[in-house]
Structures are given as structure tokens and as C-alpha cells.
Design a protein around this ligand. Sequence first.
Ligand code: SF4
Length: 301
Amino acid sequence: MLDAFPASPAMVSDPKRWVSLRDDHIKIDKEKMEINEIQAKRILQKSGLPDTNYVINPYIGCVHGCAYCYARFIKRFTGHTEAWGSFLDAKINAPALLKKQLEKRKEPLKEVVLISSVTDPYLPAESKYKLTRAILEVLLEYQVPISILTKSDMVVRDLDLLRQFKKCTVGLSLMTINNELAHRFEPRAPSPTRRTKALRKLRENEIYTYAFISPYLPHLSDIERLMETLNGLINEIGVEALNTRGANWVGVEQILTQFYPEFLSGYKQLSKDDGYWSTLEDKTRHLTAQLNISFMGLYRH
Ligand code: SF4
């Protein structure tokens, strides 16, 4: 089953119901795009991610609707059956709940909190709800160290807060710097151009920045071009290999079939090829050393 797309264009009985946001092939039913306001039970949560102890997700769902998104698994735990990218829950009690959680602690929280892991903290709805901003205000009050990871340049809106943290890193997630390619895989996320501009602005404001090359797509993501563009904009970089398990692969396969059929054969195998990733890791290590950028490493699934 395709999570983020209508099963077939033939299903579209009334074209006005469908919003083609920046491209024809990925469409979301406007009538089904809802924002539910919900009361969360917990907001600061323990994380199972490597090098991350705590995580905050102000929203459930993500309207960026990336074809490769692994976060769609949360549908299983939240009762959502809609297409990934077509629903959003806003945890409207998140700032108050966070304050309560932090107040209850015996010791101040000194471990880094990641914002966010299974949504983007700067979705368009953030302009209205300002949940991420209110969460940052609470975290700032307690000087909790933070790491933000987003695909949106809206993060610069909160520069005034970010600058006041003693420990704050901001990462922009990118799989390419090619806007057209990005748009095919990340139909409603801000373009790589906007993301790199955001990195520049963050750096100008002395925020510690990183790029998370996620996912790296064989034949399509281009590490040399990425490094060339990111040079001077980031302190650190990490690379995540494409995850081809389950529904993550379905969306990628569809886009490869439509736009890059020459790469399709053997693509899944290549994505699991140890030699391919180890060569990429070596190349990235070499490039980062030349440019004096820290290399977090290459993450595989
Ligand atoms: S921005 Fe991140 S969480 Fe949102 S759809 Fe894309 S990969 Fe998934």
C-alpha cells in the first residue's frame, strides 16, 4: 500500500479536491488534511535513538510527506489510518506539560533533548500554534541543552530564543541540494535552497549548526556537491543511509520508477551493499577533514 499517495490518479473523481502543492505526481486530499488539537499525556520522552537520550515531538504526523519517511510507523501507535502526510495532531498542552515534567525532576535535565524525531518541529501549522516556540521558552527557563532537527527555514524565527541557550545545536536535514530532486521526494518541505539559507543565518548568529544528509540516495544524492554547498555553513555533518525496509521503500520505488527508471534495477541491493556505504563513509571523512568540518559518522539501518 502506498502511504503518502492516492492509489491511482483514476481515483480522483473531483480534481478540485486534490491539492497539487508543487508537483503533479504527489497529491494530498485537501478535505482530508486536518489538524486535530489533542492533549498529550507526556511530552518529554526517553529516546531509543543513538546519542539521543530525550526527545520532544510537538506534533503527531508530518505534512512534509517525504516519500522515504520512516516516521510513518507511528501511525500504528496513534490510531491514524490516513495517508502519511495528510493528518496532523497538535499537542496543544505540550508547553504546560513540559513545565510540569521539568518541575517534577529532582535534578536539572543536563542531557540533550532532540526536537524532533518523528515529526518536523517547524511545520506550516507551527506558524499558527507556536508550540515549538513555547516549548523552547520552557526549555530555556531551565537551560536544558537542545538539538533541533528540521527541514524548515522557519527555525530562524526562533533565533532570539536559540541564542540564549548555553548549549544549542541546530541541524537542517537534506538529501540533496538539487531543488527539483528534493521536491520529488519531499513534496511539501521547504527547498534545499531555503534550508541552506537558514543554515547561513544560523551561523551568522553564532549557532552551532549541522547538516544531516538523510537519507543518502545512491546515484542521486551527491556528497561532493553537498559538501561544496555546505562548506562554511555548518560545524558538523552526519549521513544516514537510505532505509529500504517496508513502507519506506514503496514511495522511493514509485519515484524512481517515474523519474529515474535507469537506476531502479538493483537499487535496493545497492542500498544494502556494505562496500558502497563504506566507500561513501571514507569519502565523506576525507572531504570533511579537508574542510575542517566534524564528521558524526554514517548511520545504517
Ligand atoms: S520532514 Fe521528516 S518526519 Fe516529516 S515527512 Fe519528512 S522525513 Fe518524515
